[in-house]
Design a protein around this ligand. Structure first.
Ligand code: FNR
Length: 191
């Protein structure tokens, strides 16, 4: 399998985010085929179309970081049954100017993790809805609503401890690597 460049966008800004640790665990599990980079979203000014005349430096940097990637992995908590504002802002910033979205056609997967039992189902599907509009081929299965994830789920290095949750996350990492490979090869065949 060819190595693919993946942007990881984490919806939580907090240092000890369990979602960030899930993302890093996925990256470590498939580091043979996924070259993952977390693209930070915490310093992006709120999207305002009026600023496009002279876009803020942080917007330009973010767009430049996503553009050359082969795929995008979203890993996010759910806030009030929806997507965290910081993540929605990053999506809006990356999607504009009109016709120049840096997300377009990039294969994607959505993973949501929460200490609660529902595993971020609401945010997961809100984000999938955005991906459809952004024309991102989104991995349909396996779905990833990871419930019961908390600080105790990880070892001192921030990696998931061995157990059923890690098995699920490993399955996601393998499926996403295969998905990116499939879409990339399919696109090359069409050119
Ligand atoms: C939450 N949390 C939460 N959890 C959930 O399962 N569904 C929800 O709707 C919400 N809503 C919510 C709103 C806000 C503003 C906060 C701060 C938190 C709890 C959330 O899942 C928990 O804090 C996670 O640990 C956040 O993810 P990170 O930061 O650990 O990745």
């Amino acid at each position: 399998m060819e190595k693919h460049k993946i942007a990881i966008i984490v919806g939580s800004l907090r240092k000890d985010s369990v979602n960030r640790k899930i993302a890093l665990t996925m990256a470590a599990i498939r580091d043979d085929s996924l070259e993952c980079t977390i693209v930070e979203i915490g310093d992006l000014p709120l999207f305002n179309q009026d600023l496009e005349a002279t876009p803020p430096e942080a917007w330009v940097k973010f767009r430049d970081a996503i553009r050359p990637m082969d795929g995008v992995l979203f890993v996010t908590p759910e806030y009030n049954r929806g997507i965290p504002g910081a993540l929605k802002n990053a999506i809006d910033v990356g999607s504009r100017p009109y016709g120049q979205s840096v997300f377009s056609k990039k294969p994607a997967a959505v993973v949501t993790a929460s200490p609660g039992g529902v595993g971020g189902f609401g945010a997961n599907h809100q984000l999938r809805q955005c991906c459809v509009f952004l024309d991102m081929p989104i991995m349909a299965q396996p779905e990833a609503y990871l419930g019961g994830v908390n600080d105790g789920s990880f070892d001192a290095d921030g990696q998931l401890k061995d157990g059923p949750l890690k098995d699920v996350v490993a399955g996601l990492a393998h499926a996403f690597a295969a998905w990116v490979d499939l879409i990339t090869k399919g696109r090359a065949a069409l050119v």
